[in-house]
Design a binder for this molecule. Structure first.
Ligand code: PEP
Ligand code: MN
Length: 326
């Protein structure tokens, strides 16, 4: 065993020895071409050499078995800590953001969300307030006492986003924007990475690997619904991705039921299923007057109803033996 370990180490690769299962498994992590060229099969005691199918390493449970806990100010996510994140789809004005944030805070939410750079299907739809939106988000977060998060779409806005928010999220449409992922992997902020609308779980993990590889291990994964043949919902929430991801990775897994549902009456049942399946948090859209919202009007929960929504979530959370992080 020592001989195999030294051969791998001399090739400049990392070694992970696991004696917990049947026999001993020696994992080699490094340049695939170099590791594959090692004469490991010829070493006495080696039963077989198995090339690993999975390319993700730093995000995998093999690399770190215990849950990663991501801390954003007062908000903790993962390792048994459940975080309720909520706020409007888009930041539209100071008053609108404040009204939403007050409801989130009063309901016991842990983080305020709000989009300043909006990925809209139509180039003629509201595109967000940009830096002005970031300023509003920061000011409102400070006023109500909540950490804040927003979406980064373009690397040219990274410095502004780092200046104003506590956590950066990468939206579904940019999940495989690899240069953007590497860039935020060097940013001094936790990253929430949303699953692409047609991305496999493995592709989501590989995208997270891009971020972690640059040194930023504060990554939260988010299931937000995938595209299927079904048209009754905006997207199909892949509840099974939650336990699958939690088995594969030590990173926290949260769920966005709002964009999956597409209509407000479906947000609560989807959110409850996510909590029951073991999600480490939720990110939900709430607007003081959804009928006037500049984006996603049909799915935002009226802020006046947000307290009742969270109370229902907390009952399900209690069933799973957990309490929310505040
Ligand atoms: C959002 O959360 O505002 C959003 C646009 O979500 P997604 O990237 O999942 O569509
Ligand atoms: Mn939205």
């Amino acid at each position: 065993m020592q001989h195999v370990v030294s051969l791998i180490e001399e090739a400049g690769a990392g070694v992970h020895v696991d004696t917990g299962g049947e026999g001993t498994v020696i994992g080699a992590m490094g340049d695939r071409a170099i590791v594959a060229g090692l004469p490991l099969e010829a070493v006495a005691g080696v039963e077989r050499v198995v090339p690993l199918r999975k390319e993700y390493k730093r995000v995998s449970r093999e690399f770190r078995s215990r849950d990663t806990i991501v801390t954003i100010g007062t908000c903790k996510v993962g390792g048994g800590n459940f975080a309720m994140m909520a706020g409007p789809c888009s930041i539209e004005s100071y008053e609108q953001t404040l009204a939403s944030a007050k409801a989130v805070k009063a309901a016991g939410g842990a983080m305020l969300r709000g989009g300043a750079y909006k990925p809209r299907t139509s180039p003629y739809a509201f595109q967000g307030l940009g830096v002005e939106g970031l300023r509003i988000l920061r000011a409102v977060g400070d006023e109500v006492g909540l950490p804040v998060t927003t979406e980064l779409m373009d690397v040219r806005d990274l410095d502004d986003v780092v200046e104003y928010v506590d956590m950066i999220w990468i939206g579904a449409r940019n999940m495989q924007n690899f240069n953007l992922l590497s860039e935020v992997g060097r940013a001094p902020r936790p990253i929430m990475l949303k699953r692409g609308i047609s991305a496999m779980v493995e592709e989501l993990l590989m995208a997270a690997e891009y971020v972690c590889k640059e040194g930023n291990d504060n990554v939260i994964l988010c299931e937000r619904g995938i595209r299927t043949f079904e048209k009754a919902t905006r997207f199909t929430l892949d509840v099974s991705a939650i336990p699958v991801l939690k088995a594969e990775t030590h990173l926290p897994v949260i769920v966005d039921p709002s964009h999956a549902a597409g209509k407000r009456s479906l947000v609560l049942p989807l959110a409850l299923s996510a909590v029951a399946a073991g999600a480490d948090g939720l990110i939900v859209e709430t607007h003081p007057t959804p009928e006037h919202a500049l984006s996603d009007a049909a799915q935002q929960i009226p802020s006046a109803e947000f307290g009742a929504f969270v109370a229902d979530i907390e009952r399900m959370l209690a069933v799973t033996g957990r309490t929310p992080s505040r």
